[in-house]
Design a protein around this ligand. Structure first.
Ligand code: GDP
Length: 446
């Protein structure tokens, strides 16, 4: 998972952190639905504002006020201190919530002192500024030495928009949040006897492929790390592939479970089919597992040496038609036995992976959206209108795009497919399934 920037709310008890949290996240705006039965859903929320996304943490939610009330004052102070410390460690931006009704307290000053020395960007939100008088009184929090305090009212939704604007200014630059390049986790899947173990052996036998001497784990899952032109690639569950050999009918179910488990851990899959036999229903079934796991995919038409030359065009077309829902994937004829095209596989893996990791800047995406809308206006029903406001890529792996529209129900799926094609035309994403999500637009408030 890519790391989204983190914004934390801190402050002494009863200043209104969780009300402000709810205002900032809002029901409608939560991108990731809360996991029922977990306490996390009260503490973490995803916020979208002006096309940027961040994770909001309510440190107060770690120890709610009603629980705090049962603690001795000293324990409460310690708990708040821990919350602040956690925020300093985890967050990119911190919102210090204070109470405009109660005014500045020594406790606020103490928390502010800790934040100042941390060097993290901080915004002071003077909450409960419900009236003009209290909004004016908020200036007193200048004394905290953390810049201009913003007067907000979580209760009435006043000033929340300005607060979000300020937070956005302080977030790390877009694209800066991606971590270092990681190893490519590659699953090799397919029906029994399509040639998976032959292919693994062929790949490992390649001159340009260095097999790392690091031994596998003692569990029955053994991955094989290889290095290819400076890139690290982990072939997942190769023990399962290599050991199997001829498979008993009763073991097939086990093989499926095993493949699914590998796909869950994988960025990418090589889906192997037996081109000698042609693509069959079970191949399509396994392709379904690949998509469920949001893996990128390359289809390998193995045993190409067995396909008579005059039937090759037809065989390729038959494969593409049967696996029509993988139209975004490359189909590569190979032969694990003769080595035909085996040398092309890993370069293609690297290319597909790199395209998968692409992040489309918000401005470019919205430019593309405007052009796409101009070229083809979204079809609509009589008396209704469809309006696209803007779009953002909210996740990198797997690539996820959110489009904000007035009413998602009105957008026909063929139009979503059109938008997907526009993205692919410009940015490729070869071999990678894209997630396109329509969301009702949230209005700016405050
Ligand atoms: P797995 O069950 O998917 O791991 O399949 P195997 O790698 O064990 O291969 C099954 C059979 O197909 C073996 O007899 C292989 O020799 C044969 N085989 C694998 N790849 C090729 C190929 O590209 N061409 C031909 N002609 N036979 C192949």
């Amino acid at each position: 998972m890519p790391k989204a920037p983190v914004v934390a709310l801190v402050g002494r008890p009863n200043v209104g952190k969780s009300s402000l949290f709810n205002r900032m996240v809002g029901e409608r705006r939560a991108i990731v639905e809360a996991q029922p039965g977990t306490t996390r859903d009260r503490i973490y929320g995803e916020v979208e504002w002006d096309g940027r996304f961040f994770k909001l943490v309510d440190t107060g939610g770690l120890l709610p006020d009603d629980l705090l009330a049962t603690l001795a004052p000293r324990e409460t102070a310690e708990a708040v201190k821990r919350q602040v410390q956690l925020a300093i460690e985890e967050a990119d931006v911190i919102v210090l919530v204070v109470d405009a009704e109660a005014g500045l307290t020594p406790w606020d000053a103490e928390i502010a002192e800790g934040l100042r020395t941390s060097g993290k960007p901080v915004v002071v939100a003077a909450n409960k500024a419900d009236t003009p008088d209290r909004r004016l009184a908020a200036v007193e929090f200048f004394a905290l030495g953390l810049g201009e305090p913003l007067a907000v009212s979580a209760l009435h939704g006043i000033g929340v928009g300005d607060l979000l604007d300020r937070v956005l200014q302080l977030l790390p630059a877009e694209g800066a949040e991606e971590g270092a390049e990681e190893e490519i986790r590659l699953a090799i899947v397919g029906r029994p006897n399509v040639g998976k173990s032959s292919l693994v052996n062929a790949l490992l036998g390649e001159e340009r492929v260095a097999v790392s001497p690091v031994p596998g784990t003692t569990r029955d899952v053994v991955d094989t790390p290889v290095e290819f032109e400076g890139r690290r690639i982990l072939l997942l569950d190769t023990a399962g592939i290599r050991r199997r050999g001829r498979i008993e009918p009763g073991l097939e179910r086990y093989a499926v479970l095993r493949a699914q488990r590998a796909l869950e851990r994988a960025h990418m899959a090589l889906l192997m089919v037996d081109a000698g036999e042609g693509v069959v229903a079970q191949d399509a079934h396994i392709a379904g597992y690949v998509l469920e796991a949001h893996c990128s995919v390359i289809v390998l038409l193995n045993k190409w040496d067995l396909v008579p030359k005059d039937q090759r065009t037809d065989r390729l077309r038959q494969a593409q038609e049967t696996l029509y829902f993988l139209s975004f994937a490359p189909f590569l004829p190979v032969s694990a036995k003769t080595g035909y095209h085996v040398g092309r596989i890993l370069p293609l893996v690297v290319q597909v992976y790199d395209e998968r990791r692409r992040r489309v800047p918000t401005a470019e995406l919205n430019h593309l959206l405007r052009e796409a809308l101009q070229r083809h206006a979204p079809p609509t029903k009589p008396g209704k209108w469809v309006k696209f406001y803007y779009a953002a890529q909210v996740e990198v792996d797997p690539p996820t795009f959110v489009f904000f529209v007035n009413d998602p129900e009105l957008v026909h799926f063929s139009y979503v497919r059109y938008l997907e094609n526009q993205i692919r035309e410009r940015y490729g994403f070869m071999g990678t399934p894209l997630k396109l999500v329509l969301k009702p637009r949230r209005e700016k408030e405050g």
